[in-house]
Design a binder for this molecule. Structure first.
Ligand SMILES: [Zn+2]
Length: 363
């Protein structure tokens, strides 16, 4: 009966079969090794694709997910439609991306299974340079999304956006002309050198992936080889592995993108973000897609007999998080978890509410 009590204590809204004490089935984000701290705001998952996201953050502030009118993702018009509407952004106002290669030394690049997505973070400086256009004269009201309202004759300069992490969603969160893609990469950047952004503004770059019947995408290989299949697990990229983020974007000559003002696509769904979504999809193999769906899949977890044993998945306390299971039982590795079904971690498309959507066309 101890297992049943532990399930009840640990799981907020999981499918926990209390009548069968040997096993519980968990949706990702809810299993014993979820990274979420027990009191860090309302629990959430992708089970209803965000349609049930009412809750509060760690400070008690309500999420913007259901009340906001500038939410992401959205269904993006295709390039032809935007051109016909005259929604092009002047070429001189384009955002420019430059991501040098991240070199792993075996302990500076983390691949994290957050329970909501697979996320990559680096623990060493990364001299990436993303330049976003803002008006030449700025004041405390100048927003990072100003470029969406600028016209040909405006005087402009740029501010720098620094990448913090990147992660993936399956299926894609943004649609193009009503169509989903199998995978979407999000590179999350922080902007600080704008008066209104001293506390931080965010800009996210989205890259869509389509399936290819042929080889694996070589620029995903190192990350995919290190994908932690258990929630809460963190793998380091091995020494000499490289993350060539630049190569995960379309080549510079093909960076046609759609830009608009939106939100984080997970709670608390904060707004005021400048989104860029590349229209040219990149490639992912069926085997790579399958592995990702497994990593974010449904888990069947049972309490191990006897004392905790060391698993074969490298795991450690992340400096910014605590493991819920460890708070309750002392060790997440008291559990054996198996993936029993593929998972999906996307939010459903949100209403546009008349927002401007602009195209940075190829030149
Ligand atoms: Zn995302």
């Amino acid at each position: 009966m101890a297992a049943a009590r532990l399930c009840a204590a640990l799981i907020f809204a999981a499918l926990c079969f209390l009548s069968h004490v040997t096993a519980c089935v968990f949706k990702y984000g809810t299993s014993p090794d979820s990274l979420e701290a027990p009191h860090a705001g309302t629990h959430w998952d992708h089970g209803l694709n965000g349609d049930d996201w009412t809750g509060v953050d760690a400070t008690g502030k309500p999420w913007a997910c259901m009340s906001g009118i500038r939410q992401s993702p959205i269904n993006l018009p295709n390039a032809e439609t935007l051109k016909n509407r005259g929604s092009n952004i002047p070429d001189k106002f384009r955002t420019r991306w430059s991501y040098p290669t991240i070199y792993s030394n075996g302990s500076n690049v983390e691949v994290i299974n957050t329970g909501h997505a697979i996320q990559i973070e680096w623990l060493s400086p990364f001299a990436a340079d993303v330049a976003i256009v803002v008006p030449a004269r700025q004041d405390s009201n100048t927003r990072i999304t100003s470029v969406l309202g600028m016209t040909e004759t405006d005087q402009a300069t740029t501010v720098k956006a620094t990448p913090l992490q990147f992660h993936f969603h399956t299926v894609s969160e943004h649609l193009v002309g009503g169509k989903h893609y199998p995978l979407e990469l999000h590179i999350v950047h922080r902007v600080t050198d704008l008066p209104a952004c001293t506390a931080g503004c965010f800009s996210v770059t989205g890259v869509l992936f389509e399936l290819t019947q042929s080889e694996d995408n070589p620029f995903l290989e190192a990350i995919w080889a290190a994908l932690p299949m258990r929630e809460g697990a963190i793998n380091y990229l091995p020494p000499d592995a490289e993350v060539r983020l630049e190569e995960l974007l379309p080549p510079p000559s093909s960076r046609e993108y759609v830009t608009y003002e939106g939100s984080l696509t997970t709670p608390p769904c904060s707004e005021g973000l400048l989104w860029h979504v590349m229209l040219k999809p990149q490639k992912i193999s069926m085997a790579q897609w399958t592995k990702y769906k497994t990593a974010v899949g449904y888990k069947d977890c049972s309490l191990k007999n006897g004392t905790a044993s060391a698993g074969n998945v490298h795991q450690h306390h992340h400096h910014r998080r605590s493991l819920a299971a460890e708070e309750a039982t002392g060790n997440a590795e008291d559990y054996d978890c198996k993936v029993v079904a593929y998972g999906y971690n996307y939010r459903a498309s949100q209403r546009l509410y008349g927002r401007a959507v602009r195209l940075a066309a190829l030149t």
